[in-house]
Design a protein around this ligand. Structure first.
Ligand code: FE2
Length: 429
């Protein structure tokens, strides 16, 4: 902990400013709780303290962070009787604790002693008990003065809200993973089941409507153009369906925001890769690359992506394919801050992104599929093709007009090749 002398007097607004950054920035409950606890202990000149969350079944306070205690269990728990829950729910201001008053709020049957705590701050959201902040002795053994208790009371709702939000997110994340595991147990129905799953991810927001489904289909189409095997094509379709699964945890408002995201909002949005990875990592898929695709589909070839800033050589082919399919669909879709681009504009922009941001072979494969669609529109239908089983499903989503000429695509492909070859060095080793 930093030196308490750096903050001689207590200032609730300063604590809130410090806490605001911590509570908004971190997503992992333990780290958020530890950082918040450190700020509070420093401000209160307390030598030790712990943050507990309230669990309803069975009723108890369970620790999520602790600092300054010589011996503290991995998770400290205080089982609660109805009278304790009632008392904790009734008090609205921080309470000084002494041996007699402890019994009002806490049972003595926990795995730690109540005598370690000298101050209890109930944490509530809209009157509902969320947890408790409990502080140990102050430096020099002094009492918790009324002014300090008052200021702790001002800070408490913010800590409560952070814990509450985290619990809501965890519930949603766990529920999503559980549903996916259920789908995984229905052997043989992967495609239909995952298609339905993709539709539920996309239902989060009108701007996401159909996005995961289209990314799955585009990724499969690109894999086909790259002559990948049937199992790999199926994997790419599934990976595309699930790539944004972590968005179940992102605040809905962010999807329809017409202005640029604030840094904390961007952090929340970009965390969908990590959250999604946590979700799919708990599921046994018949393909190996799904978790990597979910985590890394926003990585970019030059290392400018997220969350791990990986370069093109550090990610697998399925990741590169879903990155292109995702970018392609995003550019073709309307966003709150811009109109949808035409197919010609998208094809040009995507080819310009290779090789700095997107993999050139994958972009080439995308152009091949677009060219096939464009040629299919100008070639008269061949009745015998269907009979021979050679009919081809269009690559593009039916809602997208294929208003691009094959020659325009050829031009983009040759420009991209020229750019790639100019930058290429040949060695004579
Ligand atoms: Fe994404």
């Amino acid at each position: 902990m930093t030196n308490s002398l750096t903050r001689p007097s207590l200032d609730a607004s300063q604590i809130l400013a410090d806490l605001g950054l911590v509570l908004a920035g971190e997503r992992d409950l333990h780290h958020t709780a530890m950082a918040a606890l450190e700020i509070v202990l420093l401000a209160a000149h307390a030598k030790s303290g712990a943050l507990f969350r309230f669990q309803e079944r069975p009723p108890m306070l369970a620790s999520v962070a602790a600092l300054g205690f010589p011996l503290f269990p991995q998770t400290a728990v205080f089982p609660l009787l109805p009278k304790h829950i009632h008392a904790l729910s009734q008090v609205n201001i921080p309470q000084k604790l002494c041996r007699e008053r402890c019994d009002i709020f806490l049972s003595s049957t926990g795995n730690i002693s109540t005598v370690w705590f000298k101050c209890l701050v109930p944490l509530k959201v809209r009157g509902k008990l969320i947890g408790a902040l409990m502080l140990g002795e102050r430096e020099g053994g002094s009492e918790y003065p009324p002014e300090l208790l008052r200021q702790m009371g001002e800070v408490a709702p913010f800590i409560a809200l952070a814990i509450h939000n985290h619990q809501l997110m965890m519930t949603l994340q766990e529920r999503t993973a559980e549903n996916l595991r259920l789908v995984a147990s229905a052997h043989g129905f992967w495609d239909n089941a995952l298609e339905a799953f993709a539709a539920t991810i996309d239902a989060k927001d009108v701007y996401m409507h159909g996005h995961s489904l289209r990314v799955g289909r585009y990724a499969a189409g690109i894999a086909e153009a790259l002559s990948m095997g049937l199992n790999e094509i199926n994997e790419l379709r599934a990976a595309g369906y699930l790539h944004d699964i972590g968005k179940v945890n992102v605040d809905k408002r962010l999807f329809s925001k017409a202005t640029a995201l604030e840094p904390t909002e961007f952090r929340e949005m970009s965390d969908h890769t990590v959250v999604g990875h946590q979700i799919v990592s708990t599921v046994q898929f018949p393909w190996p690359n799904i978790p990597e695709v979910v985590r890394s589909h926003h990585e970019r070839a030059d290392g400018s992506g997220y969350p791990d800033h990986l370069g093109n050589d550090e990610v697998s082919m399925p990741v590169k394919i879903v990155a292109v399919a995702d970018t392609f669909d995003a550019m073709l879709s309307e966003r709150p801050y811009r109109k949808r681009l035409s197919l010609g504009e998208v094809a040009a922009q995507i080819s310009w992104l290779a090789p700095a941001k997107l993999d050139a072979d994958v972009v080439q494969a995308l152009l091949i599929q677009l060219r096939r669609d464009a040629v299919g529109l100008i070639t008269p239908p061949r009745p015998w093709a269907a009979a021979e089983g050679k009919s081809r499903k269009p690559f593009l989503d039916p809602e997208i007009a294929c208003n691009i000429a094959p020659t325009d695509i050829d031009l983009l492909a040759s420009e991209m090749n020229r750019r790639l070859n100019r930058g290429r060095t040949f060695s004579h080793t």
